[in-house]
Design a protein around this ligand. Structure first.
Ligand SMILES: Cc1cc2nc3c(=O)[nH]c(=O)nc-3n(C[C@H](O)[C@H](O)[C@H](O)COP(=O)(O)OP(=O)(O)OC[C@H]3O[C@@H](n4cnc5c(N)ncnc54)[C@H](O)[C@@H]3O)c2cc1C
Length: 419
């Protein structure tokens, strides 16, 4: 069975549903189809809280059917191939859909093969990840009795780049409350040369690192996990950034073999390496790094003018977050509609806004808001919440994260109401 539509959206996650909902509210005369295989919709930003035992996983999941806007057709299937010349998307069940414009919003997929032994370590419950199973993180954190607690992330772009370090701060707070701080070495190992790209935020995070006595190790990329001996291997990717004293090395029993740093662990949390789905690469729509190759300001594909992309799948050099999608959607919609009407796009105004709510402990958070230039751009509305410096940890920001943002997500953003 073949179908056709004006606007075809691949993926009904955060970006796909918000886009469909706003399209329906503003431009209902255009026919819209969403291809989304999952019957469930996930609110991923709360996973950090689930991993710290302060939010229920069941509250992060709702039926997808409840959020497909009325008037939009939902096809519960995987997209498997795109033919941009024929303007056709082929589905796993063999059907094809013909489109006038296509929006790619399929998010990321995980590439476990980039870290040797990662899959085995996760399957055996030796390592955990808030990206995959935050309830497991909480379970392992509770079983931890002291020793080395290692938190790390890969060198690929990841969704919510701050999430691996949020896990470190809130776990450090938990271990301190549990009286385990003196028996624990918390190690935060990251591939970059700085803790965070936005200066005032980085200063607050470094203060937290000091307060929790976290061993921060920069310039390290995880390459291998040995589940039997519980050791993680890192390649030194930025020689100048990696610094460690003999005293700390000895305390955590770290050793270096050529360019490889080896750390034994008793608890290990990490984000898996991330990329886009293979079918996008095979359809010739991605750049050399594997992300959908769009203009970073208009979100229009660089080669095929009737293809657009937003959210985690798109090649946008900013943090991959739901908050970024909130600002991308209006630009993308204006350009899709303008393309349908006049075969050209005019809106080049997306300047890379993203935001990372950095939970720094129970009951406090820093809100990093920034653009492509990594300039700190706090929302003026925060002042109405009596938050005058969101680069510093604040209890009101925790309330925003735990209560206000989930409410806005389910009841406003997914319903096409601009917030
Ligand atoms: C631990 C964690 C913490 C986070 N914290 C925050 C935070 O505090 N703030 C914030 O703003 N963001 C946060 N994020 C990031 C945020 O959740 C993502 O950036 C956002 O969900 C991306 O939306 P998306 O639509 O691009 O992808 P997704 O929401 O992942 O949706 C992609 C959709 O595409 C579908 N799909 C996949 N393959 C196919 C296919 N072949 N055909 C059709 N459909 C397909 C999937 O089923 C899925 O529904 C966090 C994420 C994680 C994992």
């Amino acid at each position: 069975m073949n179908k056709k539509c004006d606007i075809l959206i691949l993926g009904g996650g955060t970006a796909g549903i918000i886009t469909a909902a706003q399209l329906q509210k503003q431009h209902e005369k255009f026919s819209v189809i969403i291809v989304e295989p999952s019957e469930k919709h996930f609110y991923q930003p709360a996973y950090t809280l689930v991993g710290a035992g302060t939010y229920k996983m069941k509250d992060c999941i709702r039926p997808e059917a409840d959020y497909i806007p009325s008037g939009v057709e939902w096809i519960k299937e995987y997209a498997e191939k795109i033919d941009p010349h024929q303007q056709l998307v082929y589905l796993k069940n063999g059907d094809a859909i013909s489109y006038r414009t296509l929006i790619i919003a399929t998010g990321v997929t995980y590439d476990f093969s980039m870290i040797e032994g990662l899959k085995e370590a996760l399957d055996k419950g030796i390592a955990c990840s808030n990206y995959l199973d935050p309830e497991k993180t909480w379970e392992l954190l509770n079983q931890f009795k002291g020793g080395n607690a290692v938190f790390t992330q890969p060198s690929t772009p990841i969704k919510c780049g701050g999430a691996p370090q949020k896990a470190a701060y809130i776990s450090a707070d938990y271990l301190r409350k549990k009286g385990l701080a003196n028996k624990t070495n918390i190690i935060l190992a990251m591939p970059g040369s700085v803790i965070f790209g936005v200066k005032p935020v980085a200063e607050s995070l470094l203060a937290k690192v000091k307060e929790y006595n976290i061993q921060l190790m920069l310039g390290l990329n995880p390459v291998k996990i040995d589940s039997v001996n519980k050791k993680i291997y890192f390649k030194i990717v930025i020689q100048d950034a990696f610094k460690i004293s003999d005293e700390v090395s000895k305390k955590i029993e770290l050793y270096i073999e050529k360019e490889i740093v080896v750390i034994p662990f008793d608890f290990l949390h990490l984000a898996p390496p991330q990329t886009t789905h293979t079918f996008l690469k095979e359809s010739g729509l991605t750049n050399l790094q594997g992300w959908v190759d769009v203009n970073i300001n208009s979100l229009q594909h660089k080669v095929y003018p009737n293809i657009f992309s937003l959210g985690d799948a798109a090649a946008l050099p900013t943090a991959k977050t739901g908050a970024a999608i909130r600002k991308q959607v209006p630009v993308l919609i204006e350009n899709v509609i303008s393309y349908l009407k006049q075969k050209q796009v005019n809106n080049y105004s997306y300047q890379g806004y993203s935001s990372c709510p950095l939970v720094t402990g129970y009951n406090e958070m820093v809100l990093a808001e920034f653009n492509y230039k990594n300039e700190f751009t706090p929302d003026p509305k925060l002042k109405q919440m009596l938050v005058f410096n969101s680069a510093k940890p604040h209890w009101r920001l925790w309330i925003l994260k735990k209560y206000i943002l989930p409410h806005l997500y389910w009841n406003k953003m997914l319903r096409g109401i601009k917030v």
